[in-house]
Design a protein around this ligand. Structure first.
Ligand code: SF4
Length: 238
């Protein structure tokens, strides 16, 4: 059977944290159009595969994991950058697995194409939508992210919206502006993530005080009573 074309930078055969509550394998898709200074996977940003793992080998391994795993997470990089994502997700679903997606939403059209095949989405929101370039270094990126997030909310697919906080990139005032905006869009599942700077794209970023995320999360409980806190960066490869 022909397999999809998907460029990969890594594969983790068992993860209990990439999809909370599910035992999943995770593929790290190659390439991202944005350049977030805190990105923990700089080797995944270019379009050429940075790892030796091949998609057909991943499918074969998953075939042998039927009954042992709940699903597969497509992470990155930015999985929706690749046109092969749609077919790759279909292949995994055909084996009977649930499918999760980590995305920041730069490609609303491709996200819309895969939404009906997803069981869960971790959606990374960077900043107030008008200020995205401060984090992503790409002008107009916030408009694409907003369109994608709207589609996720309207789809009814389970999701979690996540924001990584670093004082040099997202001030507390910006975070409250963002929270107002997300609340207005109907976001209910929200996680704040502390930022670890070791190994990130911009080595000049200062270490962020770990207690900051807890203080900020408490301040947002009026918007999100069930807000969660994470110390692990969403884009960190295991
Ligand atoms: S953090 Fe995510 S969206 Fe930002 S550059 Fe890295 S992979 Fe791309």
């Amino acid at each position: 059977m022909p397999t999809a074309e998907l460029r990969l930078g890594g594969f983790v055969s068992l993860s209990s944290c990439d999809w909370p509550g599910d035992l999943a394998a995770t593929v790290f898709c190659q390439g991202c159009p944005w350049r977030c200074r805190y990105c923990h996977n700089p080797h995944l940003l270019g379009t050429h595969p940075s790892g030796s793992v091949q998609w057909p080998d991943v499918v074969e391994l998953m075939r042998r994991r039927v009954g042992l795993l709940d699903g597969m997470v497509f992470s990155g990089g930015e999985p929706t950058l690749q046109s092969g994502l749609v077919a790759a997700i279909r292949e995994i679903r055909a084996l009977g697995f649930r499918v999760g997606l980590h995305t920041a939403g730069p490609y609303p059209d491709r996200l819309n194409a895969v939404l009906p095949s997803l069981d869960w989405i971790a959606f990374d929101v960077k900043a107030p939508f008008g200020d995205y370039a401060k984090v992503t270094a790409v002008s107009g990126s916030g408009e694409h992210a907003k369109e994608s997030l709207r589609a996720v909310i309207a789809s009814g697919v389970q999701y979690e919206v996540r924001t990584t906080v670093h004082p040099q990139l997202l001030g507390s005032r910006d975070l409250f502006v963002l929270a107002d905006s997300l609340d207005g869009m109907g976001v209910t599942h929200y996680t704040l993530q502390g930022c670890r700077v070791d190994g990130c794209l911009d080595r000049t970023l200062a270490p962020a005080p770990p207690e900051q995320v807890t203080v900020l999360a408490e301040g947002l409980r009026g918007h999100f009573p069930h807000i969660k806190i994470a110390i692990r960066n969403v884009d960190q490869e295991d």
